[in-house]
Every structure is written in C-alpha cells, then in structure tokens.
Design a protein around this ligand. Sequence first.
Ligand code: AMP
Ligand code: ZN
Length: 115
Amino acid sequence: MAEDCLFCKIFAREIPAKEVFRDEEIVAFEDIRPVAPTHVLVIPKEHIPTVHDLLPAHAPMLLRMFQVANQIADERKIDRDGYRLVMNKGPQAGQTVYHLHLHLLGGRAMAWPPG
Ligand code: AMP
Ligand code: ZN
C-alpha cells in the first residue's frame, strides 16, 4: 500500500466508495464524478502508478480487471449496445489518480476520437 494514495485507501476501506465488486485482488466502484450512465472504476490491490508500469507478472491480474469490467457490463446489460474501457496515462491523457484503474463507461453513445 502506497502512502497518500486515494485508491489504495479505497481498497483498504479507509475511504468509502460505492463498491460494485470486491475480491482479494480487485475492487470495482462507482466513479464519484460519472461522465456516463455507467461509470465504474476497476482497480487492483497492488499499487501500480500507471499502465506504463505494468510487468509481465501482472498479466493474470490485468486479465481479471478486464473480466470484472465485462461482468459488470453484463449485469448492467450494456454489453449489446457497447461500452468503452479506458486507462489514462499521464497528464495529457487526463490521468489524475496515480494508481492503475480501468474506466468502464457505458449507457450512452460515445464520440471518437475522444476529446
Ligand atoms: P483518471 O482521470 O483517469 O486518473 O481517473 C480518476 C477518476 O477517479 C476520475 O474519473 C474521478 O472522478 C475518480 N475519483 C476521484 N476520487 C474518487 C473517489 N473518492 N471515489 C470515486 N471515484 C473517484
Ligand atoms: Zn495506490
């Protein structure tokens, strides 16, 4: 657990979140400032600052993150219309929390290219 990391604290339940999934390795919760009808963040327990810090050993955990996101998409019945999975890396991409997280966005049409 990293000091002063918001998402490490959410994983440790030191800061409350509207959780939608939890196991030993992964937590998913509602984004506090949703930008779509479904906006869920999927995070690992391990403090990994950005997607650029991933190592080969993280592969099973990364797959689990995507499986959890897909499962939530199924539960919310947004799989048919489609949804977007996003990881922002660094300031130009708009990353604000430096603990790996996967955005699950759905429930509305989305523009491409993103802004
Ligand atoms: P990013 O900009 O990709 O780093 O995404 C960080 C996301 O975390 C943003 O969409 C924020 O709205 C969200 N966020 C920040 N603080 C909280 C919190 N306490 N609970 C839930 N989501 C949060
Ligand atoms: Zn962290």
